[in-house]
Design a protein around this ligand. Structure first.
Ligand code: BES
Ligand code: MN
Ligand code: ZN
Length: 499
């Protein structure tokens, strides 16, 4: 997809626009927008609405060919709901996915889109929404198919119409939206790759490529270095696997040298069998997505790298496989984490927290402005929040409320939403162990909260937030695939921080 910004003026009017397809909005009240009025010379648009060929309901669409007085070969009308002044987010998103679908099936190679912005949203929201919708409509997961599903027809070039005074801002928003979409695509590709391809080493190679392309610093720590750092909790998870573990550190230093970095930590379990606490067989393949935190952190780094974001951001990714074997960690084993705290591993399937706790200790050395960890951490989070919101956990004081609100706001801005959950002393008691400083599970009640409470014990030295993306990182069933979430939330959070 190739995107650009277009403005109408006295010379290049909507009618004079030469394009394969012009997309304009229509409404249930049958009143026409300025562009639709201009194209309605012979009353064809009014007739389409009056006859009921198109209702104007959000997501409805109608293709008209060779409109009188229009230089465009085709005009696609898309419904945006009741009237031009009350366009909702939902109606707009339905309209642009309808447009993307129609355009993907046309013989035209280019299109010009002229739609009003919804109530309470701005230009960059509208541009980002369109770029992401078009990327979503053409995304194919064919990396492992012997025959690629190459799109033979369909629009390849799309221009968005803005007013002349908005053109400069629109171009910036477009470049940022494309960077975000490219980041999401990387996250989706990594997630969808099979676990025999997307190994810890593969993630490390991907980080190196991002570093080379976007001039970032990169360091890959191997088993020996992890042993020297005393990351025994992380290392206990990799014991049963023949794939070597990696610890990825990727640094985007876009801010001032002395500015404290914002740190992202991503869970990178490239396959979670459960280990000796083996998972049941049904849908176990989906545990290839257990590196969704790592993939979204890498996608976010790619996005901010392409944007040349003026902020210091460090990514830290512990990555390994969780497998059973004669060398695997047993339920009952006790390990000493890098922090010195001891952990009784009562369930080897609660492995995410075991790799994250050492990563959270490691990142203390960066004196972070804030640390956000991202993890497909608990099935319990899916039970409590479903597939719409990621779970957001922080301590409950002023500094953490501020960080939580930054993340919640970034989610609302992009439709990649999170919902705040509690961290309280009462839940912490469930982590008591008779034999070590803590157990790695807190029983069946409030599983996503006790997991967050476990992580919290390793984050006392900085401001920290945890995102549980178990319900949002991928879709199951016939639409099985990575969603690219929470790259929009994280990228926008960082963009807002950069100012
Ligand atoms: N990766 C899983 C969490 C998960 C499960 C995410 C299903 C999405 C769908 C995690 O490592 C895990 O297995 N968690 C256990 C924790 C339990 C043993 C305390 C879980 O959620 O069952
Ligand atoms: Mn697990
Ligand atoms: Zn897991």
């Amino acid at each position: 997809m190739d995107f650009s910004i277009k403005t109408f003026d006295a010379k290049s009017t909507v009618n004079a626009t030469k394009t394969g397809c012009l997309v304009v909005g229509v409404f249930e009240n049958k009143k026409l927008s300025a562009s639709a009025t201009a194209l309605n010379g012979k009353g064809e648009v009014t007739a389409a609405l009056k006859s009921g060929d198109i209702s104007g309901k959000a997501g409805s669409s109608l293709l008209l060919r060779s409109l009188d007085g229009a230089a465009a070969e085709r005009v696609v009308l898309v419904g945006l709901g009741a009237d031009e002044k009350t366009v909702s987010d939902k109606a707009y998103l339905q309209a642009i996915s309808a447009a993307a679908k129609v355009l993907s099936g046309l013989g035209a190679s280019d299109a010009v889109i002229d739609l009003p912005i919804p109530q309470g949203r701005d230009l960059s929201w509208a541009i980002r929404s369109k770029v992401l919708a078009f990327h979503e409509s053409v995304f194919r997961c064919d990396a492992m198919k012997s025959k690629k599903e190459s799109a033979t027809s369909g629009v390849k070039k799309v221009a968005f119409v803005v007013s002349a005074k908005e053109a400069a801002a629109a171009k910036l928003a477009l470049a940022q939206s494309i960077a975000l979409a490219n980041g999401m695509n990387l996250t989706k590709e990594l997630g969808n790759l099979p676990p025999n391809v997307c190994t810890p080493s593969y993630l490390a190679e991907t980080a190196k490529k991002i570093a080379a392309e976007f001039k970032m610093g990169v360091e890959i720590l191997d088993r020996k270095q992890l042993q020297a750092l005393k990351m025994n909790s992380f290392l206990s998870v990799t014991n049963g696997s023949d794939e070597p573990p990696k610890f990825i550190v990727l640094k985007h230093m876009g801010g001032k040298a002395k500015d404290a970095p914002t740190v992202l930590v991503g869970k990178g379990i490239t396959f979670d069998s459960g280990g000796i606490s083996l998972k049941p067989g049904a849908n176990m393949d989906e545990m290839k997505y257990d590196m969704g935190g790592a993939a979204s952190v890498l996608g976010t780094m790619r996005a901010i790298g392409e944007m040349k974001l003026k902020l210091n951001v460090v990514a830290a990714i512990p990555t390994c496989e969780n497998m059973p074997s004669g060398r695997a960690t047993r339920p009952g084993d006790i390990v000493t984490s890098m922090s010195g705290q001891t952990i009784e591993i009562l369930n080897t399937d609660a492995e995410g927290r075991l790799i994250l706790c050492d990563a959270l200790t490691y990142v203390e050395r960066f004196n972070p402005a804030a640390v956000v960890d991202v993890a497909t951490l608990t099935g319990a989070c899916v039970t409590s929040l479903g597939h719409h919101n990621s779970g957001l956990f922080t301590r409950h004081d002023a500094a953490h409320d501020k960080l939580a609100n930054e993340l919640l706001d970034a989610g609302k801005q992009t439709g990649d939403t999170a919902w705040r959950m509690p961290i309280e002393e009462a839940y912490n008691e469930q982590l008591k162990s008779n034999f070590a400083d803590m157990a790695n599970i807190g029983g069946p009640a409030g599983g996503s909260i006790t997991a967050a409470c476990f992580l919290e014990r390793y984050t006392k030295k900085y401001t920290w937030a945890h995102l549980d993306i178990a319900g949002t990182a991928w879709k199951s069933g016939s639409a099985k695939g990575s969603t690219g979430r929470p790259v929009p939330l994280l990228t926008t959070f960082l963009m807002n921080r950069a100012g």
